[in-house]
Design a protein around this ligand. Structure first.
Ligand code: SF4
Length: 143
């Protein structure tokens, strides 16, 4: 079973109300079990919502509010949901394909916290949690 960022599958859960539909990812999930996740929506953030970035290990939205706890809670909720489905299917979670650069889903590279579109090495909160749980995690760019 795969974990996929919901915005890559065309769900309008992105901070600006849009999505990141990716045809390659759509093709990959055609013949396999997967779960679409969005940790930010799972924890109750509205869509659209203020963009957020990671600075000094904490997540701040563009209004300056520290939303780290919410991001961590949403990540844990979506991981739990994925594990439940994998158990029900009797499958392992083989791979997560996550949206690049996001403060939740970014995998290996994230925005630097200044809201100026600059990227730095690092993982989003959800990507980090998956890696800590031994789940292979890649961005849609590597898929
Ligand atoms: S949290 Fe992840 S799934 Fe949700 S909109 Fe952001 S990148 Fe997409």
């Amino acid at each position: 079973m795969y974990i996929i960022s919901a915005c890559l599958l065309g769900e309008n859960c992105k901070y600006n109300g849009g999505n990141n539909l990716n045809e390659k990812v759509m093709e990959i999930v055609k013949n396999r079990n997967y779960i679409a996740v969005c940790p930010e929506v799972a924890v109750g953030f509205p869509t659209p919502r203020p963009p957020a970035e990671i600075r000094g290990g904490r997540v701040y939205n563009i209004e300056g509010n520290d939303v780290t706890e919410e991001f961590e809670k949403g990540a844990a909720m979506e991981l739990a949901r994925a594990k439940e489905l994998a158990d029900r299917l009797g499958e392992d979670i083989e791979l997560a394909i996550l949206k690049s650069n996001s403060p939740s889903c970014g995998c290996g590279r994230i925005y630097d916290g200044t809201f100026t579109h600059r990227l730095v090495p690092g993982d989003g909160i959800f990507a980090r949690l998956l890696k800590e749980n031994g789940i292979k995690t890649i961005s849609e760019e590597e898929s």
